[in-house]
Structure formats: C-alpha cells, structure tokens
Ligand binder design. Sequence first.
Ligand SMILES: NC(=O)c1ccc[n+]([C@@H]2O[C@H](COP(=O)([O-])OP(=O)(O)OC[C@H]3O[C@@H](n4cnc5c(N)ncnc54)[C@H](OP(=O)(O)O)[C@@H]3O)[C@@H](O)[C@H]2O)c1
Length: 484
Amino acid sequence: MSIQTQLTGFRLLQEIVSLVQQKRIDPIRPTRVLDLEELDAALRSTNKQDLIGKLLLRLPAGRNSLPIQPVPPNLEFRSDATYLIAGGLGGLGRATSNCMAEHGARHFVYLSRSAESSPMHESFFRELEAQDCSFQAISCDITSYESVSNALRQVTLPIAGVLQMAMVIQDRPFLSMSHEDWTTAIKPKVDGTWNLHSALQDAKIDLDFFVMFGSSSGAFGIPGQGNYAAGNSFQDAFVQYRHSLGLPASVLDIGVVSEVGYVSENKDMLDYFRTAGFPILTEGQVFETLHLSILQQYPAGEEKKTAATPKVDPGFTSRSQLTLGVRATKPMADATNRVLFKRDRKADIYRNIQAARMNSSMAGATRTGSGDEVAALMASLRDAADAESVLIRPETLKLLRREIGAFIYESMLQSIDEEEMEFGRSLMSLGVDSLVTIEVRSWIRRKLDVEVSTLEMLNGGTIENLGELVLERMKGRYAEKASG
Ligand SMILES: NC(=O)c1ccc[n+]([C@@H]2O[C@H](COP(=O)([O-])OP(=O)(O)OC[C@H]3O[C@@H](n4cnc5c(N)ncnc54)[C@H](OP(=O)(O)O)[C@@H]3O)[C@@H](O)[C@H]2O)c1
C-alpha cells in the first residue's frame, strides 16, 4: 500500500469516527445475526438485490462444533498402467470398463474362461477401441492358481488395480444341493479370489486397489443361493485378511442391478426382485459406489503399507466394505415384501427408521415452515371469488413445485434447501421409489385435495412436471366447483 493511500485511509477513518461521535451517522440497520453454519445461505442472500442492513456472523464456542462437509474426491485412473478385471467380460464388467475409460483408464486385461474363444465379446472389444483403449483378453480359469499365474506372465503393462467380478450362479435349495452345485458357485469367489491374491503377491505386483464385487446376499442370504452367499461372505472377510497384511482391499456388496449384468439378463429374476420390494439399482449408482470403494482401500486413518501390525479390533466397522441396495420399497409389514433382511435382526434399525417415516407421514406431520404456505394457498382458494385467478399466478406453480419438492426430499431424508433441490431431475434418478411415491400421493391428497396416481407421478418425470400436473388437477377441480 502506498503512503498516499495509507494517508487517505487514515483521513477517511478519522472522518467516520468523528461523524459517529457527532451521532450524524449510525450503524447500518437492520442487523441480522447468523450462526457460522449458516454462512453459505448468508453469502447467497447478500447477492440478492433486495438485501438491506447488515449480516453478522456468530462464531461457535468450540471449533469442533462446526459441521464439516467433505468434498467428494475426484477419481482418475492411470493411463500409463493397466487394470485387470477377472470376470470383466460379463455385464457389470463391460459397463464398469466403459465408466473407467471415461475416467482416464486406457488399458485393460480381462480374465475369463471364454475370453479368447467367445465371439460374443467382439462388439465390446470394438467399443473399447473406439474409446481409444487397448485390452488383453486372456482365457483363464481363476479357480486354478496355474492359470492365473500364466495369465499374469502375459500381461504387458504394469497392473495398477484389480477388480474381481467372476461369478457362477448355481441355485438349488440347500437340502438338495449337491457338492458339485456347492463348489460350482463358491469356487470363482473363494478359490478365484485367493488365487488372484496369491499370484499377484508371488509376482510382487504392487497395487493401488483390489476390489471384489460381492453381494448383499453375503450378509443376509438368499433362499436357494447358500453357495453364492457363502462365496460372498468369504469375500467380505477377505478384505480384513488383506488389510492385516497391509495390502489394499475392498468389497462392494451390491443388491439388484437393473440395467446391466446377470440379473438384468434374467427377466424372471428381475421381476421377482422388483415385486418382492428390492430397490433396483442403476449402473450409475454402482459406479458411484465403486468410485468410493476404490478410494477406501485401507482402514480409516491407515496409510498404504503401514497396516501390517495385527491388533485386536474392539468392534468391527469397515469403510472398505460398502453395501448398496439394502432397503425396501414396500412397508416391512406388507405381506408381499420379501426383502432379504425382512426377519433379520441386523436390520432392526432400518425397520425402526422406516416405521417412523411412515408414522410421521400418516400423522400428517409438517416440517418446519412448510404446510403454512400450502394451507394459505388452500385458504385463499376457498375465499377467492375466482379461484382460477389465484391458480394462474406464476407464484402458485412455484409454490407447488417447491412444497412438493421439499416433501419428496424430506421423505428421502435429504436437505430441503431450495437451492439444493433439483426440480428438473427425474424422480427415478432422485431415488424416488414406490414407497416414497405412496407417501407423496397421500400428502398431495391430504394437503391439496387432488388425486395423482403413483404411475402418473413416475411418468410425470420431474418435480417440475409433477407440480404442473397437480396445478392442472387443481384448476380442473375449481372449474368444476365454479360450474356447479
Ligand atoms: N448383476 C447383479 O445384479 C449383481 C448383483 C449383486 C452382485 N453382483 C456381483 O457382480 C459381479 C459381476 O456380476 P455380473 O452380473 O456382471 O455377472 P456375469 O454377467 O455373470 O459375469 C460374470 C463373469 O464371470 C466369469 N467367470 C465365471 N467363472 C470364472 C472363472 N472360474 N474364471 C474366470 N472368469 C469366470 C464369466 O465368464 P466365463 O464364463 O467366460 O468364465 C462371466 O463373464 C459378480 O461378482 C456378482 O457377484 C452382481
């Protein structure tokens, strides 16, 4: 700062102090005091032109009381190394490879028994080439150590990460399950995982990640799939084993995926899961969770290569075992709800949360600040000589959109800050399932006195469209009243 600027500043300060002493100027009013947690909203409101007065921020007594929101880390794959995907030519493996290519991966190695022999893989290989990716497809049965170790010798680039996705389904009720049925499903998961681990260790390959694709059936079991469930439980436990050696590992326990993979290709199975109340996952949700799983290769607070000291775990929690799709789209008391954990004690907390949500919805509980505006709208419609004139106001559509959006977001236990709600996103992609649609339908009926079916709601697409649909219904209803 130049001396001239400092002198000007000093003179201005003296002038202001003197004006305050003479009471010719006052502090700006009104003042609004906000807690530091509200800083974000405060900064946004300062951008609004109608802001008059001063915003003051109150600092919390203790620094640790401030809520912290972590910034999601960005996942980029290496373009100078290759990624080995066992069972990667199946549905989920192909989809995952495409996502990895979009995030920088350029080289892949696929191990599967039919990798070099099946013409079915050709179109996928062309797709990879079109994305500027190179690949090695190596015929390999991962249940054999020799086969895996031979395959590793053929890999031409350093391997940076491994995805273990091999599986074989051999369903049979447990009492009639032969030993062969048992080993058919369990071997790719147990022997396959063990062989990959051992051969990579023997070849002294240092990995960034070792992710196993497991299933929520490992935690809860699926009738007729005792063999598959056991294989998945092994993979859950294998994470701890690798961690005890100081090696990276994680497992992604997936529920039912609709767009790609084994279940999507078996329509009867998909229909069964859908009607039984299982939430259906999208490819995008699986990849988002894989992203997190890749970044959580070591127990919390432990860096790469420092986890080798064995210690007694006081109680088991693992950020390297992520489960997705463990939820029910139907009430637990519904007889047609057949989700895996319906009678499982491990899911008691979930059952309580679902019951509390349903009770509050049935009791017509209103969230803070809401309900008033809807009630005011309904009162003004009752009192207005011409309800149509209220309904055609742009503010009415905005209010409906905001209130319906807030109810949907709140039902999904998400923030109802207007700036954060995405009115233009499809309800499906927001994660609205049939349970939430039932709640929304009864809320609309109770508060706005019109009917919208759950099908219309999902067909309606976005919250924006749903607001428009409700408004149209309200216009129809008040027009009917006016005519007679
Ligand atoms: N799809 C879902 O909804 C879902 C749900 C939960 C969990 N998961 C998990 O996700 C992973 C992938 O599932 P997906 O739906 O993509 O399955 P998928 O389409 O059946 O693919 C599995 C692949 O594993 C390969 N494989 C089987 N045994 C093998 C062996 N001994 N050695 C090498 N490769 C072998 C098969 O190829 P070859 O026959 O050529 O060997 C097949 O391409 C699995 O681990 C599964 O447990 C999927």
